[in-house]
Design a binder for this molecule. Structure first.
Ligand code: DX5
Ligand code: ZN
Length: 222
C-alpha cells in the first residue's frame, strides 16, 4: 500500500453527547485529547432530524477555544447558514453535494469567510459527483450511513468509493482530507483507513468508549 497522504485523526461527534449538557460533552472530547470536534447541523428537511444552530456553536466555541470545529451542514439551504456558522467559530464548514445549489460559489464564500471547505457525499451519491471539485476543497466527507441519526450500522459498500477518491487524490497530487462519518469504530475505522480515509468521525464509539483518551490514541494509529 502506498504511504498515506495524511496521518489518522479522530473527530468525535457531539451528536452522541448529552444535549442538555453539550458543554460538558465538548469538554470530554478535549480532555480525551481529540484535536477535532465534529458538529452535526440538521434541518429536519434534508435529513429527518433536528439538532442545534449557530448560537450553540458560538457558545461551545467560547468554552473550547482550542478545538478544531468541523461543522457538517445537513441542510437544503447551506448558503443561508455558512456566514452564521463561520461567525460562530467554525474552522471547517462542509455541505452536501445533493442539494441543487451553486457549490463552487459556496466553496468560495466559505473560504472568503476564513474557513476551510468540505463537501459531503450521501451513501447513494457516486464519487463522480465530487470529482470536479477535488482541487478546490480541504476535505471530502463520505457518509457511511444515511445521515440523520447516530448509532447506525456502518455501510461497508462505501469502501470502494473511498478507494476511488483516494486514487484520484494521489493521481492529481491533491491534499484534501478524506473523512468518513457513520458507524465508525475500532473495527470499521481501520477498514476505512485501508481504503484511503484519514479523518474519522465517531459519535457512539467515542462516547461509549470505556477509556476515551485511549480510544483517541488508538484511532491515531489506524
Ligand atoms: C449522522 C451524523 C454523524 C453521527 C455519527 O447523520 O452525520 O456525524 O454523529 O454517529 P455514529 O458515530 O454514532 O454513527
Ligand atoms: Zn456528521
Amino acid at each position: 500500500m502506498p504511504a498515506p497522504v495524511h496521518s489518522s485523526l479522530l473527530a468525535p461527534s457531539i451528536l452522541a453527547g448529552q444535549h442538555i449538557r453539550l458543554a460538558e460533552s465538548a469538554a470530554q472530547v478535549a480532555a480525551a485529547g481529540a484535536p477535532w470536534l465534529h458538529l452535526d447541523i440538521m434541518d429536519g428537511h434534508f435529513v429527518p432530524n433536528l439538532t442545534f444552530g449557530p448560537q450553540m456553536v458560538a457558545e461551545l466555541r467560547r468554552e473550547q477555544p482550542g478545538l478544531f470545529f468541523d461543522v457538517h451542514l445537513m441542510l437544503d439551504n447551506p448558503q443561508d447558514f455558512v456566514e452564521p456558522f463561520a461567525k460562530a467559530g467554525a474552522n471547517l464548514i462542509s455541505f452536501h453535494l445533493e442539494p441543487a445549489i451553486d457549490h463552487r460559489a459556496l466553496l468560495a464564500r466559505v473560504r472568503e469567510l476564513g474557513c476551510q471547505t468540505g463537501l459531503v457525499l450521501n451513501p447513494g451519491s457516486p464519487a463522480e459527483l465530487a470529482e470536479p471539485f477535488l482541487a478546490e476543497i480541504d476535505l471530502l466527507l463520505v457518509m457511511t450511513v444515511q445521515p440523520g441519526f447516530g448509532g447506525q450500522s456502518f455501510r461497508r459498500d462505501m469502501l470502494p468509493k473511498l478507494v476511488q477518491l483516494d486514487t484520484w487524490r494521489r493521481q492529481r497530487e491533491l491534499r484534501f482530507r478524506l473523512e468518513v462519518d457513520g458507524g465508525v469504530d475500532a473495527k470499521t475505522g481501520p477498514e476505512c483507513r485501508a481504503a484511503g480515509a484519514d479523518t474519522f468521525v465517531a459519535g457512539t464509539a467515542f462516547f461509549k468508549a470505556p477509556d476515551r483518551a485511549a480510544f483517541v490514541r488508538e484511532a491515531a494509529a489506524w
